[in-house]
Design a protein around this ligand. Structure first.
Ligand code: CTP
Length: 244
């Protein structure tokens, strides 16, 4: 019998989707690493397929009044800040071909909209993006490809200061305080350790066009195999291996 490596691997290998199921891509990385840009570029290049984006941020729990009063003590970077059960249910429905209502989250109010949702339809490719999408094993197991966007911490902090002061109604002191107290420690404790689950690590995020091109090529190959499997269910397709 051959050499068994499975005990040495950090997780079971990412599986291919079964025919007729959408291809699920997880995109993780630290705050302001460029996850959204990477997702947008993938979506743009896959314009001839039905692709939907689901943001983990949409599943932030709304704060209770007593938590809102002390919002500076709330850790938005801890896994418990998200309703992961609801995220799982939503992803499972999408994977089974049903449309879903995704909550709309307001970063200024730290609340979900009480009366509106985003309608997300069934599709060929589902991209799930967020700082902690590789943390929960149940969520991880739904993914057919895992991408980690690796951007230097100083670049991320600079982007975060700009974004939070311009778009999320914060002042620079509160951004720096939150970063030192919660964002950086949680990155070290939860985000960085989940990098080991990634199939592909993209240095420099959205600036890395070569990596995005390779990833899109791989997705196209997998989607093509899907289509072949649908037409010729009894024919085996030889799998290609993929590394950057
Ligand atoms: N956050 C916050 N206030 C809230 C909810 C979340 O400040 N009410 C912050 C958390 O501290 C967390 C960040 O939002 O670090 C998560 O969003 P981030 O990943 O930075 O946003 P994206 O736009 O998804 O990132 P990217 O720039 O990589 O696309």
């Amino acid at each position: 019998s051959g050499l068994r490596l499975d005990g040495l691997l950090p997780s079971s290998p990412t599986p291919d989707p079964t025919p007729n199921q959408p291809f699920v891509i997880g995109v993780s990385g630290g705050t302001a690493s460029g996850k959204t840009t990477v997702c947008d570029m993938i979506i743009q290049q896959l314009h001839d397929h039905r692709v939907v984006l689901v943001n983990q941020d949409s599943f932030y729990r709304g704060l209770r009044p007593e938590e809102l009063e002390r919002v500076h003590e709330y850790n938005f970077d801890h896994p418990d800040a998200f309703d992961t059960e609801q995220l799982l249910e939503c992803m499972r429905k999408l994977i089974s071909g049903q449309g879903v209502h995704v909550p709309i989250y307001d970063f200024k109010k730290h609340q979900r909209s009480s009366d509106s949702f985003r309608q997300v339809n069934a599709s060929d490719v589902i991209i799930l993006e967020g700082i902690l999408v590789f943390h929960d094993q149940g969520v991880r197991d739904l993914m057919n490809m895992k991408i980690f966007v690796d951007t230097d911490a100083d670049v991320r902090l600079a982007r975060r200061i700009r974004r939070d002061t311009v778009e999320r109604g914060r002042d620079i002191n509160s951004v720096l305080e939150q970063y030192a107290k919660f964002v950086k420690p949680a990155f070290d404790d939860f985000v960085l350790p989940s990098k080991k689950y990634a199939d592909v690590i993209i240095p420099r995020g959205g600036d890395n066009h070569v990596a995005i091109d390779l990833i899109v090529q791989h997705i196209r190959t997998k989607l093509g195999q899907h289509d072949l499997c649908k037409i010729y269910p009894n024919v085996y397709v030889i799998q290609s291996t993929f590394q950057i």
